[in-house]
Structure formats: structure tokens, C-alpha cells
Ligand binder design. Structure first.
Ligand SMILES: *[C@@H]1O[C@H](CO)[C@@H](O)[C@H](O)[C@H]1NC(C)=O
Ligand SMILES: *[C@@H]1O[C@H](CO)[C@@H](O)[C@H](O)[C@H]1NC(C)=O
Length: 483
């Protein structure tokens, strides 16, 4: 298996025939027989991968069953302390093999996990999931995972903003050629250009914060969302049902639950979460495309490892591979938002179950993809290399005369492969004799950068600094990037 590069399709068929997908897959090399998402196997941070793992998900399910039992007990249902502490003692020891076996029998993941939990909590068995529907654990857990996903992404985004702000500050008055139509236009500064990127990222961090703050809990709503089963449990006591919803919501760390739900929380919530991530994807795609264009112009380069090989055939090449990866993944992030858009559109009445398989993919993938993009961008922005030599295209105020001379100079460059000799031509032209001794000043690029440095300073102070304030204690985290 390890040397599978040379394996013929014949031996591959053989391998597959002796290793049917249902056989026990533990053991060395078996993971190479199954598709693995590169989002996890290659790129994602341990933190984000863990936070969308089965371990985390089913631990939250058990925790939610404990919140429910505790609240029901406190509101007077016959549940004992012993039952609650038995459940609390078994939050972590999930028998995944048993759960899988139960699910094969029952064809129902929630009931499979209720049985598996009950198996290690015999005393509590009769009251686990009391009055609840599958969405009590399913939907509430998704909302917790979305919230935690944002909590991982937000400081990462803040770090990228911080690194780019340092970069913008450092190069606030370094002139560089600005482009429109990707044709040379007028000068700007390296730092000013970085502020254009920063401004977009500031919109993203605001959007992410807002989407995170808007998340509510589904809470305790029962089948079709009417709370009928709980009203029955509390013998018609509406106040107790409301209190139960409130208690569980607060235990899970949410301020509010949605006052009305169908069987599920509205799938518009998924649109909201994934569209702010898709919007971040668009920002990152633009920034990294700019970096790739500038790398070609030899103005900026992403960090380059001593050992890194740009091209096997052309060893001198320094490819902007991190920026390329960001663009590649950002495109996926942007594409992913069409899933919740369509899922929300096609929900029928109080619920259908055609959302489930799609959400299982689109929600985690969006967070994992955003996580990878931000790690990579942090690495890029911490190591950006600037080459300060700027092209001599300062023809701004020297009207027609300069235009003619610069066309002549350009012809030398384009047709004869020579150096740009515009400056020499200007010095030799009698037209410019009266101002020859001021020429250096006039041609000083700083004359042409307008208010760029002042704009950078004001923007960094007024707009960037306050946004970073809440993340101050999380600024020092280093990124381990898999190249
Ligand atoms: C994510 O998972 C890590 C463990 O890898 C944990 O320490 C951290 O608290 C989790 N983050 C959130 C926001 O849940
Ligand atoms: C970027 O990632 C590479 C690969 O892990 C690492 O060697 C390099 O030090 C990182 N650069 C910065 C600035 O962290």
C-alpha cells in the first residue's frame, strides 16, 4: 500500500476486493482507501477540525440532555439528583461503535445515541430526552457549533487585520505605481493600497460579529415547534414551559431563543452565517489576486521558504503559492453559500428532511474553509516582502513634452529590450533646461502621492485600532501552516 504509486489498476481492483468498505478499517494505511476531505486532512487548524468533530457534536448532545433533565427537575418533574449526576459522569465516554450499531438497527441517529447514553446511565435511562424531539439536540447543537465556529474565526480575522495594519503603517509613504484597467495610472503608496484591503476586512469582521450576535438558540420547542409535549409534561402550566425554554437556553450560553420555530430553527439563519463567510471569501480572493499580480511585477512577494521549490523545471521561479491557495479555497467558500440559499428556499411547512445531508456538508465546510484561508493569510501578511524600487513613470505634470519623451523611452524598452531612459531624455532636452536644477525634486515620487500617507494614518487610528481592541489578548498566536 505504501508504495501504491506504481500499483496497476489490476492490483487496485484486487485491493478493493479484499478490503470491502464495510470491513473494519483500522490499521496502517487503510485511510488511503477512502475519500478524505482535504479541508481536514491537509489544511484545517486542529481547533476548527475538533470543533466540527463527532466527538464534540455528541458530547454536546449529552450535555444538552443534562441541561434538559436539570431544568425539568428544577421545575418539578420527578427526576432525581442521582439520575442527573449519573448522566454528568458519562458525558465523555461515548461508545461510538455501539452508537453506529444502534443506528444501523434503528435508522435514527438521535435514538441511537439516546440508547447508547442510556446504556451507561441505566438509572437515568427513562428520563433522557424527556419530552424532546430530535431537533432539540440536532438543531441546538448546530447553533452552538456555528457560534463556536465564529468564536474561532473572529480572533483569527482580527490577527490578519492587525498584521496588515502594521504593514500599511510601515509602508504608508512608500510610493508605488497605481493601476486602473491593470494599466499604469498614477502613484499611490504601498500602505494606502493595503488600507483598501483592510477596509474590506473591517466590513467582514463587523459582519461576522453581527451574525454571531444575532444567533439565538432553538431551545425547547418540541415537534412542529408548538411545545405541546412539554405543556403536557407540566400539566398545562404555560409558565413552566416558558421557564424551561429560558433555563436551557441560558445554560447553553445564549441570551435568547427564537420565540417561534417550526420543527427546526429557520434555515435563513444558515444563510446569514454562511453569507458573511462567503463575503469574507470575496475579500480574500481580491487581496490574494492583487498579491499575485504584484508578485509578477516584482513589487511584493509572499514569504518564501529557503527549501521551497517554485517549479521543478524552473528552480528560479518564486510562485505565490499561498495566495493561489487562498484564491482557490475562497472560491469554494463563495460557492458554498448557494447551499443554504437553496435549502432555505425549499423547506416545506414545519419541516422536511431534505436539509439534513446538505447541511452536514455545507455548514462545517464553510467554517473549515474560512479557517484555512485566515491561517494562510496570517502567514502571508506576517511575511510580505516589499521591493521598494518603483518604475519611473512620473509623467504626471509634465504634459505633452513628457508624453512624447516617455513614448520614445518606452519604445526603447519594448522594441530594443533596453533600460528605461526617460530621465536621461528629459535631462538632455533643452525644453527642460530652465528647471534642470529642480528636476530631482520634481521627479521625487513623494510629490505625486497626494494625501496617501495622511489617509493611511487617519484610517489606522480611527477605523482599525478600535476594531482590534477587544481581541488584544489574542494577538500573539502563531500559525503552524502546512505547506
Ligand atoms: C475548539 O476546540 C478546542 C479543542 O481543540 C477547544 O479548546 C476550544 O475551546 C474550542 N473552541 C470553541 C470556541 O469551542
Ligand atoms: C509561514 O509558514 C511557514 C510554513 O509553516 C513557516 O515556515 C513560516 O515561518 C511562516 N511564516 C511566518 C511569518 O509565520
Amino acid at each position: 500500500l505504501n508504495g501504491s504509486r506504481g500499483a496497476s489498476s489490476h492490483s487496485l481492483t484486487f485491493l478493493l476486493s479484499i478490503c470491502p468498505a464495510t470491513a473494519g478499517m483500522e490499521g496502517s494505511g487503510d485511510e488511503f482507501l477512502k475519500y478524505r476531505s482535504p479541508l481536514v486532512s491537509r489544511y484545517a487548524s486542529k481547533e476548527m477540525a475538533f470543533n466540527f468533530s463527532d466527538r464534540k457534536k455528541f458530547t454536546i448532545w449529552r450535555t444538552l440532555w443534562i441541561y434538559l433533565a436539570k431544568s425539568e427537575k428544577e421545575l418539578g418533574l420527578p427526576i432525581t439528583d442521582a439520575q442527573v449526576s449519573e448522566m454528568e459522569a458519562h458525558v465523555e465516554d461515548i461508545d461510538f461503535a455501539m452508537a453506529a450499531e444502534e443506528e444501523r438497527k434503528l435508522r435514527h441517529d438521535v435514538m441511537a445515541h439516546v440508547h447508547t447514553f442510556a446504556n451507561c446511565c441505566p438509572t437515568a435511562a427513562p428520563i433522557i430526552h424527556l419530552g424532546a424531539t430530535s431537533c432539540y439536540v440536532g438543531d441546538n447543537t448546530d447553533l452552538i457549533m456555528l457560534r463556536d465556529g465564529f468564536d474561532i474565526l473572529l480572533p483569527k480575522l482580527a490577527r490578519v487585520i492587525d498584521r496588515l495594519a502594521n504593514f500599511a503603517d510601515k509602508y504608508a509613504d512608500l510610493p508605488t505605481l497605481g493601476f486602473t484597467h491593470y494599466q499604469p495610472a498614477q502613484l499611490t503608496t504601498v500602505g494606502k493600497r493595503a488600507c483598501l484591503w483592510l477596509q474590506d476586512l473591517l466590513m467582514d469582521i463587523r459582519n461576522l460579529q453581527r451574525a454571531r450576535e444575532d444567533l439565538r438558540f432553538r431551545g425547547v420547542k418540541g415537534t412542529t415547534g408548538t411545545q405541546a409535549s412539554f405543556l403536557q409534561l407540566f400539566q398545562g402550566d404555560h409558565d413552566k414551559v416558558e421557564q424551561l425554554d429560558k433555563m436551557v437556553t441560558e445554560m447553553a450560553g445564549f441570551k435568547k431563543s427564537y420565540l417561534v420555530t417550526g420543527q427546526t430553527y429557520s434555515r435563513k439563519v444558515d444563510i446569514d452565517s454562511l453569507s458573511v463567510l462567503a463575503s469574507l471569501g470575496a475579500t480574500v480572493h481580491k487581496i490574494c489576486t492583487d498579491i499575485r499580480l504584484l508578485a509578477n511585477l516584482k513589487e511584493i512577494e509572499e514569504p518564501f521558504e529557503k527549501e521551497q521549490i517554485g517549479s521543478s523545471a524552473m528552480p528560479y521561479k518564486r510562485n505565490p503559492m499561498r495566495a493561489e491557495r487562498c484564491c482557490s479555497l475562497a472560491r469554494h467558500l463563495v460557492a458554498l453559500v448557494s447551499d443554504p440559499l437553496q435549502t432555505a428556499s425549499v423547506q416545506w411547512l414545519e419541516r422536511t428532511l431534505d436539509d439534513s445531508a446538505n447541511r452536514r456538508i455545507s455548514l462545517p465546510e464553510s467554517f473549515l474553509t474560512a479557517d484555512i484561508i485566515l491561517s494562510t493569510l496570517q502567514n502571508i501578511t506576517e511575511g510580505l516582502v516589499v521591493y521598494p524600487k518603483v518604475g519611473l513613470l512620473y509623467t504626471q505634470d509634465c504634459h505633452e513634452k513628457i508624453r512624447v519623451l516617455s513614448q520614445q523611452a518606452a519604445a526603447v524598452v519594448k522594441q530594443e529590450g533596453g533600460d528605461n531612459d526617460l530621465l536621461a531624455r528629459v535631462q538632455a532636452d533643452p525644453y527642460f533646461t530652465p528647471i534642470l536644477n529642480q528636476l530631482d525634486d520634481l521627479l521625487d515620487p513623494k510629490t505625486f502621492i497626494g494625501r496617501a500617507p495622511q489617509q493611511v494614518a487617519r484610517f489606522l487610528t480611527e477605523e482599525v485600532k478600535p476594531v482590534l481592541e477587544p481581541y488584544k489578548s489574542k494577538m500573539d498566536v502563531k500559525i503552524e501552516l502546512e505547506l
